[in-house]
Write a protein that binds this ligand. Structure first.
Ligand code: PLP
Length: 378
């Protein structure tokens, strides 16, 4: 008789729900027939892609497109050289991914499996349980700091230590974290790295690092020399505006990079993305502009929300999570009818919170007007 397909899918998969992304603009156009829509649901860069990337793309179409029948450079030689130079690290310690999600998943596949566990915070990025359960590892969610803490909903690193045991393969920490926007002080991360057993991999997810204030931003590069178990992940999706092209990377010890590379799909980053990411890395003006504008707009958006009596979680990312004081999914749905897409956090067990990406000044105004009209009716 054999087993049913249902039985063949392993236990970790049965416990999972597919990742729910921010609603695409075209879906809303189709569903509601709206023409003017703003999307502040996926923490994308509101200023689009770095101009150097647009130029590199055009140049690629002119000169490089005739080589598209060739496989990409699977080793990503040129981009790795540039990333390595940027971080003053050996190129063999850089691992490229199809977005940083890819390197998160690869890390889980190397260090997790049945009988192992992954430790991460309550309200942490939804991909951590997905990549852990996908390889049938146990997931251990560490209760987050409470709503009244100095860093409400933030990671409680002391409590992490109570959840780590001899079967822990990977600990995921995100600073700043999504969906909360909360962050960890560099001293706290360093103390944590010193305490975690050296055989436990610590992933430090820095997808939003560039958005942090200079004074708060850790220099994780120096830790990589001291902690062979540290995996730092970065992305081109946020500050460089390249979410659609999918490039991210990990900085690790040479040993960890070697293991990850053994299971990496040989051509996981495509030719166009490799070419554009090199241009993005060099576009320092765009990065500086994005950081500066985000800081100004984030502060003003937080003030506007607070003025409406809506409590914001402190954020050093390019989004703000706030308490609507009522179930947020109906608020989200009503806002769709106003042509504004935000993110309800019911799936993160924060059923009264909404997450809004910090947009351009104009987008933020449209968002606030839509929110006002929805909350007035509620
Ligand atoms: C905390 C965090 N890490 C990683 C990612 C993955 O981004 P990407 O795969 O686009 O690099 C995201 C995306 O939203 C994120 O919020």
């Amino acid at each position: 008789m054999g087993k049913s397909l249902n039985e063949q899918a392993h236990a970790g998969i049965h416990g999972l729900h597919a990742y729910v992304p921010g609603k695409p603009i075209d879906d809303l156009k189709r569903e509601l027939g709206l023409t003017s829509i703003i999307k502040l649901a996926s923490n994308e860069n509101p200023f689009g892609v770095a101009p150097a990337v647009t130029r590199a793309f055009a140049e690629f179409l002119e000169k490089g497109a005739s080589d598209l029948h060739r496989y990409p450079d699977g080793g990503g030689y040129a981009l790795k050289q540039d990333i390595a130079a940027r971080h003053a690290i050996e190129p063999e310690r850089v691992t490229l991914g199809n977005g940083s999600n890819d390197v998160l998943e690869l890390t889980a596949r190397v260090f997790l499996g049945p009988g192992k566990n992954a430790v991460f915070s309550q309200y942490a990025f939804a991909v951590y349980p997905i990549v852990a359960q996908a390889v049938n590892a146990e997931v251990r969610e560490v209760p987050a700091l409470g709503p009244e803490a100095d860093m409400p909903y933030g990671h409680d690193l002391d409590a992490f230590l109570d959840h780590i045991d001899e079967n822990t393969g990977v600990v995921f920490i995100a600073s700043p974290n999504n969906p909360t926007g909360t962050w960890l002080a560099p001293d706290a991360i360093e103390a944590f790295l010193q305490t975690v057993p050296p055989g436990v991999v610590v992933v430090l997810d820095e997808a939003y690092l560039e958005y942090q204030a200079d004074s708060e931003r850790p220099d994780s590069r120096q830790w990589l020399e001291r902690f062979e178990n540290l995996v730092v992940t970065r992305t081109f999706s946020k500050i460089y505006g390249m979410a659609g092209l999918r490039v991210g990377y990990a900085l690790t010890s040479a040993a960890v990079a070697d293991w990850i590379n053994r299971i990496r799909q040989p051509f996981n980053v495509n030719t166009v993305a490799l070419h554009c990411a090199q241009a993005a890395l060099a576009d320092e003006d765009f990065v500086a502009y994005s950081i500066q504008t985000n800081a100004v707009q984030r502060a003003s958006l937080a003030d506007e929300l607070a003025a409406r009596g809506l409590r914001c979680v402190p954020s050093q990312a390019n989004f703000i999570t706030f308490d609507c004081g009522q179930p947020s999914t109906p608020v989200y749905r009503a806002m769709l009818h106003e042509g504004v897409i935000v993110r309800p956090l019911e799936s993160y067990a924060m059923p009264e919170h909404l997450r809004v990406t910090v947009g351009s000044q104009k987008e933020n105004q449209v968002f606030l007007a839509a929110l006002d009209s929805v909350l007035e009716r509620a």
